[in-house]
Design a protein around this ligand. Structure first.
Ligand code: 16G
Ligand code: MG
Length: 541
């Protein structure tokens, strides 16, 4: 049958490691790079099927392991509008990856084609890219083997951030239509972002001081330096950026003692950052789809995480919509996960008077929920997130006739932001520019940003259990429905602490159960987390 011989031949060169099982999780496949050869090859086969299923629309494949250590790698698929792979197809990815032999792989491939009624001779197109890991080019070659075997039209974009690839997939699928998202090139991405940034920065006089950006020694480093060539500096109404941790020539330095994950989990600045007290700092993760801000207040480390970016963006966008006269028409809302600090949720509901929606952890869930608002702001506390504008919102924003100069100015900024914000997925470069625009407009230092509300002290713990699959959640991961009895015990514990809140969920990326607790004081948050962790240990034994 179509392509069988070629698929078998190439598969023989990318044998599946015996006894190893794979699962397409929240972030695609992710593990030690040396056991990923067969998996990346097989993802290529799935990308071909997916594109053929969707009338030859371009599918993206990104080779990255984000904030994981340098010896890991991973691979994930991007759907035509730049979204994550449709959830129902994740099982197919897992099925192909686990086929025990070359022939079993071909059989699984045909089974998917049949059940999805895919014509294997139909046209298909795939574009792909990778981060700066040493294993990236080898894995990309495996992907190419699959695309050749299945006669897919493909293009290798080499090194890109994950959000850049998502962006290009959307550009490729919308080119020549009324929804054209941009030129299908890396240069087009920089031009679109920098042009939008210049328009958005027209209002404020200048930004306040230099921004230090830690690029995790990942692909975000060279890409930020490229973007900076297009951006005005402070003296021309833009921003001054100091880049640190952008060494991609030593791949073993990736995410080591730097990057968004380090900063968020360690609650301290990367040792290599020499920022002074009060200086505005930001950290990307290894593939630049995550960003957190921070600064030192004296010697105290102050984190401005995803929750802070979400509240800042939502309040600014709502203000702009109101000032430009659009408020009646547009519904602004925020999507969070259970990890959002309770103080941020309270601030959104009570001060900003906006609706908050909760979803399980993982970008795809938040992204989907955000599409239900006209302006949907979604962020995980760890810094994954963006803002989505509905078609109704985009239409209203582009067509509204301002009734005063004040309305016109606000509308111009709002229009610029619809171009500045990456609509496909959270993007550290784009999110950074968004934050910079807002701080410049408000004339805020990070201290003023921090002062909007006070975070509840919180603690995150990791508990190893026999089988984390036993821990089944409900209510956007905020409650456990199994093991039986555990939730009642957690409820009792939570009730003993002022402003207490706690939940436990199985990690999607590690073999462990994560426990989160917050309470009115540091001591109480720590104690609550410890007690809930004990419950997890008891029930998981
Ligand atoms: C993945 C998710 C991230 C989530 C994290 C949770 C994407 C692109 N990435 O990295 O959003 O926060 O998993 O990890 O969706 P955990 O399940 O181990 O807590
Ligand atoms: Mg990432």
């Amino acid at each position: 049958m179509e392509h069988d011989k070629a698929i078998l031949e190439a598969s023989a060169r990318h044998a599946k490691p015996e006894g190893q099982s794979f699962e397409y999780g929240t972030a695609g496949f992710r593990m030690k790079a040396n056991i990923l050869d067969s998996t990346v090859y097989r993802v290529g086969l799935l990308a071909a099927l997916r594109s053929r299923k969707l009338n030859g629309h371009t599918i993206g494949v990104m080779i990255t392991a984000s904030h994981n250590p340098p010896q890991d790698n991973g691979v994930k698929l991007v759907d035509p509008m730049g979204e994550m792979l449709e959830t129902s197809w994740e099982a197919y990815a897992t099925e192909l990856a686990n086929a025990p032999s070359d022939q079993a792989l071909v059989d699984a491939y045909h089974k998917i084609a049949e059940s999805q009624k895919i014509k294997l001779s139909a046209p298909a197109r795939v574009i792909f890219a990778r981060d700066t890991r040493a294993s990236g080019s080898r894995l990309a070659a495996n992907l190419v083997d699959a695309l050749k075997a299945t006669e897919v039209d493909y293009e290798d974009f080499k090194l890109l951030t994950t959000p850049q690839l998502h962006y290009l997939v959307r550009c490729d699928n919308t080119k020549g239509t009324q929804y054209a998202y941009g030129d299908v090139s890396e240069k087009g991405y920089y031009e679109k972002l920098s042009d939008a940034f210049k328009r958005a920065m027209k209002g404020p006089s200048a930004s306040n001081g230099t921004l230090t950006v830690d690029c995790a020694n990942g692909v975000g480093g060279p890409k930020l330096r490229e973007l900076m060539k297009y951006l005005p500096t402070a003296k021309d109404g833009g921003i001054d950026i100091r880049v640190v941790n952008d060494d991609v020539l030593k791949p073993e330095m990736l995410n080591v003692e730097c990057g968004a994950d380090f900063v968020k989990t360690q609650q301290r600045a990367p040792p290599s950052s020499k920022a002074a007290s009060g200086d505005r700092c930001a950290s990307y993760d290894g593939d630049a789809d995550r960003i957190v801000y921070y600064f030192l207040e004296g010697t105290t480390f102050r984190l401005l995480d995803g929750d802070r970016i979400a509240t800042l963006a939502a309040s600014f966008l709502a203000d702009l919509a109101r000032t430009s006269g659009l408020v009646e028409e547009l519904k602004v809302g925020i999507v969070q996960t259970a990890y959002a600090n309770g103080a941020s949720t309270k601030y959104v509901e009570e001060n900003l008077k906006m609706e908050v929606v909760f979803t399980p952890t993982g970008v795809k869930w938040l992204h989907h929920a955000a599409t239900r608002f006209d302006i949907g702001v979604y962020f995980e506390a760890n810094g994954h997130g963006t803002v989505l504008f509905s078609d109704t919102a985009l239409k209203a924003i582009s067509q509204y006739q301002p009734k005063s100069p004040a309305q016109a100015t606000a509308l111009e900024t709002l229009r610029a932001l619809t171009d500045l914000i990456n609509q496909t997925v959270g993007d550290a470069l784009s999110d950074m520019l968004l934050v910079e625009v807002i701080l410049a407009h408000k004339g805020w230092t990070p201290k003023e940003w921090l002062n909007t509300y006070v975070d509840l002290p919180n603690r995150l713990l990791k508990v190893e259990v026999r089988d984390r699959g036993m821990f089944k959640t409900t209510d956007a991961e905020r409650r456990l429905e199994s093991p039986p009895g555990i939730q009642e015990n957690i409820d009792k514990l939570v009730g003993q602490y002022r402003n207490g809140r706690s939940f436990a969920r199985a990690s999607g990326t590690e073999d462990a159960v994560r426990v989160y607790a917050e309470a009115a004081s540091r001591t109480e948050a720590d104690a609550l987390a410890q007690k809930v962790a004990e419950q997890v240990k008891i029930h998981g034994a």
